[in-house]
Design a protein around this ligand. Structure first.
Ligand SMILES: [Zn+2]
Length: 218
């Protein structure tokens, strides 16, 4: 009897916690794993497809961020290799913006891998709108976190006024596209895949810090 009562209390406790956290969302982060489905993105020398690396990383960032604070809701634009919108690039990008708006995103993070004819090119970079100070703060924080673990190198923060990016430019909320590294640099591509967890942790930690700061100032 006591056993049953304990089980009942544990289950109802968990349910209460679950509903408490769900109803106390402090931020919704939409994470967009670049490419997918019909669109493999860039392809590395060993056949690695960008869409597969971005998916793994996106899911790991989301999982880590939600674990850091259950009040942070994470929504994935895709959580497998299926994209359920039109299979052409224009409609695909419009689809991602509509999705982020429907989900009432407070933050939007798009994850990609860079590609270059120079196979030695390495490092990560960010794309944000020039008026988006919050995303700039997140990017700085990611740089700091990655420097601490001596991860590759930052190629800097680019502003989408100079290099227009449809998704970033068409959202009102803090939006960032991160090129996590070069798929065309076989060493870096391997490192990213081997260290997905560690890399995701640094990105998630930056979002967590800024979200908490924002919540406190509101
Ligand atoms: Zn890409």
């Amino acid at each position: 009897m006591i056993g049953l009562l304990t089980i009942f209390l544990v289950i109802s406790g968990c349910l209460c916690m679950h509903f408490y956290y769900e109803s106390h969302t402090i931020a919704t982060v939409v994470i967009d794993a670049g490419h997918g489905g019909y669109d493999p993105g860039s392809i590395g020398a060993d056949g690695t497809m960008e869409k597969d690396v971005t998916l793994k990383l996106a899911k790991q960032v989301g999982k880590t961020l939600h674990r850091m604070d259950r009040r942070i809701k994470v929504v994935y634009v895709r959580d497998d290799d299926v994209v359920d919108w039109a299979d052409n690039e224009t409609d695909d990008l419009i689809g991602r913006v509509i999705f982020a708006n429907e989900q009432k995103a407070d933050y939007y993070l798009s994850i990609h891998l860079d590609a270059s004819e120079n196979l030695e090119a390495r490092g990560y970079s960010f794309y944000i709108r020039s008026d988006d100070d919050i995303s700039r703060a997140i990017a700085y924080q990611i740089e700091e976190n990655l420097n601490q673990i001596h991860w590759s190198q930052s190629r800097g923060i680019n502003q989408t006024d100079q290099e227009p990016l449809y998704v970033v430019n068409n959202l009102q909320v803090p939006s960032m596209l991160m090129e996590v590294g070069f798929i065309t640099n076989s060493e870096e591509c391997r490192n990213i895949q081997r260290n997905t967890r560690m890399l995701a942790k640094q990105i998630a930690a930056a979002y967590y810090d800024i979200i908490i700061k924002q919540t406190e100032t509101e």
